[in-house]
Design a protein around this ligand. Structure first.
Ligand code: HEC
Ligand code: HEC
Ligand code: HEC
Ligand code: HEC
Length: 371
């Protein structure tokens, strides 16, 4: 790509290091520190010294510019600046083709993978315990992530490159070729039926009018939210799905009216953002956690037919939800369920070996094992 060394290339430093102008850097600033405290917690010069004083509070630091990452929505927004991108921070297909990993994210799983250097606020001595924090975190971050993805679609629709392949399902293009009878994609079909209302083929109503060669929009940032929203915020869920259906049709058609994409993606991003308060304040408990797991399993056909990335989200979701669920007491068949979840992960390890039908069977079988 003709870029400089990554450690002096602004395009890379935007995400891989603290991204601050020369004038704001402390003497100790070293770009090769990479992602560091202030990348997540915000600029610290106004509160760093004070926050060790006696009687100081978290809220006082937040008032002086520290980001409130105790809030799952803020936390998700912060991570997604780099894990989906912004106008200034961008991983596109060109960068991916040059070797950059595709950006895949799920807040509860990625938070669990971080070295945990804090106590969740509900677990602090005077905190209000929130035993379902991880479920809340997952639910909220799905909406924040969909919104971040839609904003990226808006930028791309207004930019010089359209379609931007990084928005699409990678493996619609990058799958290994096989004989027709061994192809899950051909088995699924491309749903050429233009009538959504009466369509009842192997694909859900999605992809109406799509033909082989029209690569589908990557819906992995919607498929899990769809199930969570139906349970928590049914009123908004239907409207959100109708919008996503329509956007899918536009984006997957390769040559849509970009003003229409921009308008609809903008309003749908707002719709996803507006769902955040309900997802954040909803009561989560064992029954709801189990219900969402079952909904994900019951909709295995829908989720898996959207491709490997969507299936991967369902694997992460099942692990997060089941971990939270079983922390309150392991149900009968725990070992089998754990093995069922491991099997999901094994079946997305190699995208070329992904088979929607096989994965759907595994997900349904897992649903059947749940209490
Ligand atoms: C939008 C933010 C963003 C930009 C811009 C960006 N990256 Fe990344 N990069 C990431 C994230 C996030 C990951 C981790 C992805 C994951 O594993 O989920 C990553 C991972 C990587 C990895 C893999 C590291 C590993 O441990 O496997 C390399 C190498 C890399 N980036 C190099 C670059 C270079 C070189 C540039 C500039 C040309 C660049 N990145 C620009 C966000 C970004
Ligand atoms: C990748 C993002 C990320 C990076 C980098 C990071 N943190 Fe954190 N940190 C978090 C998250 C998320 C929390 C949990 C929310 C919270 O407690 O504020 C947290 C919590 C904390 C807390 C507890 C705050 C409280 O009272 O609730 C401290 C202290 C802290 N971080 C210090 C640091 C320091 C020092 C560094 C650098 C060495 C650092 N963090 C780097 C994400 C990050
Ligand atoms: C300033 C940009 C930035 C922010 C903000 C950020 N990350 Fe990252 N994250 C990165 C980059 C860049 C990498 C890849 C680093 C590498 O491998 O060298 C990464 C890697 C990771 C990885 C390892 C991924 C893998 O595949 O091994 C996890 C987990 C992660 N981040 C979680 C988080 C979480 C959770 C948050 C929010 C609390 C967060 N990150 C916020 C830039 C960021
Ligand atoms: C519309 C089809 C299409 C989509 C969707 C697509 N790509 Fe590509 N990709 C291509 C083409 C065409 C090339 C260039 C091949 C060449 O020049 O030889 C390419 C090149 C690449 C390369 C470098 C060549 C290679 O095989 O290593 C990688 C890696 C890659 N894409 C990954 C991805 C990822 C990850 C995604 C999803 C985020 C994605 N692509 C989405 C069509 C696509």
């Amino acid at each position: 790509m003709g870029l400089k060394q990554p450690d002096s290339e602004p395009r890379c430093l935007a995400c891989h290091a603290l991204d601050v102008p020369e004038a704001q850097r402390a003497r100790t600033f070293d770009a090769t520190d990479g992602v560091s405290c202030e990348s997540c917690h915000g600029p610290a010069s106004n509160w760093l010294g004070k926050h060790t004083e006696k009687g100081w509070s978290y809220e006082k630091s937040v008032a002086l510019g520290m980001k409130d990452l105790r809030d799952p929505a803020n936390r998700a927004e912060n991570c997604l600046e780099c894990h989906v991108g912004t106008k200034e921070k961008n991983v596109d297909h060109e960068l991916i083709a040059a070797g950059h990993p595709d950006l895949v994210f799920e807040l509860a799983s990625f938070t669990a993978a971080m070295p945990k250097h804090w106590v969740e606020v509900g677990d602090k001595p005077n905190g209000t315990p929130d035993p379902w924090f991880e479920v809340r975190e997952l639910a909220v971050s799905q909406a924040v992530e969909l919104s971040a993805q839609l904003n990226r679609v808006v930028r791309n629709a207004q930019g010089p490159i359209w379609p931007e392949y990084a928005d699409l399902d990678c493996f619609a293009c990058h799958h290994s070729l096989t004989t027709a009878e061994n192809s899950w994609i051909q088995q699924r079909g491309y749903s050429p039926n233009p009538d959504v209302a009466t369509f009842s083929g192997p694909l859900p109503a999605y992809g109406t009018g799509r033909h082989p060669g029209h690569p589908p929009w990557n819906l992995s940032r919607f498929v899990v939210l769809r199930e969570v929203a139906k349970d928590v915020d049914a009123g908004s869920a239907g409207q959100l799905e109708a919008n996503i259906d329509h956007l899918y049709e536009l984006i997957s058609s390769l040559n849509p009216d970009k003003a229409q994409v921009t308008g609809l993606a903008t309003s749908t991003a707002t719709m996803a953002t507006n769902m955040v308060p309900a997802l954040k304040s909803a009561p989560y408990d064992q029954a709801r956690t189990l219900r969402i797991m079952k909904e994900v399993a019951n909709n295995a056909d829908y989720i898996t037919r959207q491709g490997e990335r969507s299936a991967e989200q369902s694997a992460m979701t099942m692990r997060v939800l089941y971990t939270a669920y079983s922390a309150k007491g392991k149900p009968a068949g725990d070992a089998r369920i754990q093995e069922g979840i491991d099997a999901l992960f094994r079946n997305v390890e190699n995208p070329s070996a992904y088979n929607a039908f096989k994965y759907a069977e595994l997900l349904k079988a897992l649903g059947g094992m749940l209490p």
